[in-house]
Design a protein around this ligand. Structure first.
Ligand code: HEC
Ligand code: HEC
Length: 232
């Protein structure tokens, strides 16, 4: 074999290896979902109640979590809940606890469960709310100087989401996927804000919205917001 040919074969071999390596990296990358065309979902809430036996161990019989690290599901947007379940299942949203729990759920199960938990009344506001705190100001007015928008614009003045959430037969306003935040535990909210800030929760187009919000939040501001939101 001439020297020229050996070099050609080596180059071809390298090119094949490189293509394969890129393929492996791309396959390992979790899926990214564009939610701009996500339709409001419909599901059978009564059927969902019957499928929720495992869920209530952590998320509570009435959708109010039994421990601070578990989010409340009651009163949440059904479409938001469904999207999160779908993303745990396809590996887009990474969580070691939730992923195995949704592995066996069908698309219909996820719709029914989402409809069930969304239909439950949300957690009542705390008796003492942290009004006039840094968290209150950030939530309602943002901090234009720091580049932080008001949270209420997307999550509702009372934190219960952009109400009313659209009916399942409505056209797809982007905000049918915007979550309610009111009454989520401080530690859960703080963990999610950090995950957006550090871009570890980055699996869909809505996460990019929250990354833009969270990138300008300091640790102290995230803590202040988490405290205020948990009191809503
Ligand atoms: C062992 C406890 C446990 C069980 C059982 C459980 N979950 Fe979860 N769930 C969690 C934790 C922890 C999180 C937060 C994950 C994170 O931090 O990303 C979560 C998050 C969620 C979320 C996302 C909420 C949000 O605000 O983004 C949904 C939806 C959800 N669970 C639904 C369910 C359903 C439906 C079931 C039953 C099939 C279930 N969970 C069973 C612990 C549990
Ligand atoms: C422009 C709209 C917009 C603004 C402004 C906004 N958010 Fe969000 N937020 C979203 C969307 C959309 C999601 C859903 C992201 C996803 O699917 O993961 C979200 C998700 C969240 C979550 C995760 C909820 C859960 O159950 O896991 C928290 C916490 C949150 N936002 C807090 C805030 C705070 C605090 C502010 C103000 C500093 C804020 N958001 C401002 C649109 C917004």
């Amino acid at each position: 074999m001439s020297k020229f040919h050996r070099q050609t074969y080596v180059l071809i071999a390298l090119a094949v290896c490189a293509t394969f390596a890129v393929g492996v990296v791309m396959a390992a990358k979790p899926p990214f979902e564009d939610l701009r065309t996500q339709q409001p979902i419909s599901g059978d809430a009564a059927a969902g109640a019957g499928k929720a036996a495992t869920c209530v161990a952590c998320h509570g019989e009435n959708g109010i979590a039994i421990a601070p690290t578990f989010p409340n599901l009651a009163g949440q947007s059904a479409t938001y809940l469904y999207v999160q379940l779908r993303e745990f299942k396809d590996g887009a949203r990474v969580n070691a606890v939730m992923q195995p729990l949704v592995a066996g759920l069908s698309d219909e199960d996820m719709r029914d469960l989402a409809a069930h938990f969304a239909s439950l009344p949300g957690k009542p506001a705390a008796a003492v709310q942290q009004v006039s705190s840094r968290g209150y100001t950030l939530y309602h007015d943002g901090d234009p100087h720091a580049g932080v928008p008001p949270c209420q614009g997307c999550h509702g003045a009372d934190g219960r989401g952009p109400q009313p959430y659209p009916a399942s037969n409505a056209p797809h306003p982007a905000w049918s996927t915007f979550p309610a935040l009111a009454g989520q535990d401080e530690s859960y909210v703080l963990a999610q804000l950090k995950a957006y800030h550090d871009a570890t929760r980055a699996d869909n187009s809505n996460d990019e919205v929250m990354q833009g919000v969270a990138q300008n939040l300091s640790d102290a501001d995230m803590q202040a917001l988490a405290g205020y939101i948990s009191s809503l």
